[in-house]
Design a binder for this molecule. Structure first.
Ligand SMILES: [Zn+2]
Length: 227
């Protein structure tokens, strides 16, 4: 064993809906004790923080948010940067799933991550799943009628008749019809392309991963690629 300084990683997991990116993010977070970073959750936390309720800028964002409008990208980038700095100060690494979603966000986040963690510690994992499988998985999702947990479709979960968390009854999630999922796949391709192009130009490592096998196999492939 070398007495190497502990590396602090930044993992970015990309993949179409149904590729299991949040599952992989969770596995990586546990294995490397990383903070799971969800931009949407970070924004919500700030917007609904009672201590910040009087802040005029946050009030404005809250208004937009509750009207279903997107928060201002510059404001989002600021909040996200602050959160990243906080995590880094605690000496922790980060795993992102599905973000940065826009080129605007990427251009503000990536240089900061490079500065704090070093380019050699940043890895992008691109989960590859054929469109057919993505559609199938998304149209076969089930949700627990008691606790609301969502079950993705795979060899293990297809056998379950009850929720593995609480034993509740599982219901098909009708929301994900074929048309909706096709639109989400299109949106994913349109959003991801320019972000990946930017990451390539920054010489960030982009590692394609086969997202078809079982989650444990996928995570083994990911871990084997971390050098
Ligand atoms: Zn449940």
């Amino acid at each position: 064993m070398t007495k190497e300084k502990k590396r602090n990683f930044v993992f970015i997991v990309f993949g179409p809906p149904g590729s299991g990116k949040s599952t992989q993010a969770k596995i990586l977070a546990n294995k490397f004790s990383l903070v799971e970073f969800d931009t949407g959750q970070v924004i919500e936390k700030v917007i609904f923080d009672p201590q910040k309720a009087r802040d005029p800028l946050i009030k404005k964002q809250k208004e937009r948010f509750s009207q279903g409008k997107l928060c201002q990208p510059s404001w989002v980038a600021k909040i996200v940067s602050q959160e990243i700095k906080k995590i880094h100060q605690k000496g922790k690494g980060i795993v992102f799933s599905g973000s940065p979603r826009t080129i605007y966000e990427a251009k503000r986040i990536i240089p900061l991550l490079e500065k704090l963690y070093g380019q050699e510690n940043i890895f992008v994992f691109l989960l590859k799943v054929p469109e057919k499988i993505s559609i199938f998985r998304n149209t076969h999702r089930r949700v627990c009628s008691l606790c609301g947990a969502t079950l993705i479709y795979n060899q293990e979960t297809k056998k379950l008749t009850r929720c593995p968390c609480c034993g509740g009854e599982l219901k098909e999630r009708i929301l994900d019809n074929k048309k909706t999922i096709k639109e989400r796949l299109k949106k994913y391709r349109e959003e991801t392309k320019p972000v990946l192009k930017y990451l390539l130009s920054k010489k960030i490592k982009i590692v394609p991963i086969n997202g078809e096998p079982m989650p444990e196999e996928v995570s083994q492939e990911i871990i084997a690629k971390i050098k």
